[in-house]
Design a binder for this molecule. Sequence first.
Ligand code: KG4
Ligand code: ZN
Length: 374
Amino acid sequence: MKILSIETSCDETGISILEVKGSKNPSFKVLANSLNSQIKIHAQYGGVFPALAKREHQKNLPILLEKTLVKAKLASSVGLGPRNKKIKPVDLIAVTSGPGLEPALWTGIVFAKELSKKWNVPLVPVNHMEGHILSVFGEEKKEFKIKKINFPALSLLVSGGHTELVLFEKFGKYKIIGETLDDAAGEAFDKVARMLLLPYPGGPEISKLAEETRKRKNSCPEKLNFSFSLPRPMKYSKNFDFSFSGLKTAVLYLIRDLKEKNPNILENIDIKKQIAMEFENAVVETLVYKTNKAFEKYKVKTLIVAGGVSANKFLKSEMKKIIQKDQKIFFPNKKLSGDNSVMISIAGALKYFTNNKKTINPNKIKADGNLRLD
Ligand code: KG4
Ligand code: ZN
């Protein structure tokens, strides 16, 4: 069976085609994976501009579809090649229905519905966050399966729009046990980067500066003579919720105070690096502390860390430290940590097989910007 998936929840337009073998414990192989990032377009606004994202998705989807069909060697079956057979090129379509920016989600859904009708193939709506959870099993180049893991499993989902701790006893049935009450971790990275005059998306930029400072601190600590600390909001709260907006404000005040003494302070790269490191320390410390607490309370056997922020080196190394001998930890491959459509294929196929290949009427599929996992 071949599955085509479409992802347009934020600022990446993704279309991929996977070959799926078997249905009980299916194996997957990526035939083509296309991704068009709008980062450069949104960078000038310091974040994603929804109307612009929608326009770009609309423009990119047909181009990307053709490119993906050609790459997967399926173009001739839809009339793009000399054979012009015009048969259905895939057996199933999966599309992200939420959460995300609703105008952006709708473009993907409308496009998917048109294809589903034209080719007469079923359409499965996918929760983007479930896609992130399953992204940890994805491989770009080789065949892969959804690994058998021990339950209960816990997933820390950290992206530009979400920070959630999700507990589950099986794939497909999730319980959110904690989430951010304000900004998402990735959003905080992006906003603090903007304060430090770093480009969007800010996560990788802050991480790079923080890593450099950490290395330097280890090799010649005397060079760091500027000392300050940032808060770890809600670290010791009794629940598993997070908050990052107070931390972001603390950075804002810190920079304001420093600027009062020296208006050109942000031209000093060492100061920027130290703020980046302390900020990253504060975010990672909170994420790791709460995840560890949930581990103990729910006797977790498997940890899945996913979403754009899971690419963060320091988060990875600190998370690995809390894993005991009888526990396992999974991160996505670098290429599948950010938004992509391969993860939507995996989640779509899993949902299709779990529901015994029953699908809902495509006309009933709607975009839901606030779609939850539970
Ligand atoms: O999952 P994702 O690609 O999109 C959403 O669904 O939001 O996550 C994007 C977020 C951005 O906020 C970006 O700054 C952050 O992930 N990010 C990082 C790193 N790489 C991406 N944050 C911290 N460290 C990184 N290395
Ligand atoms: Zn995402």
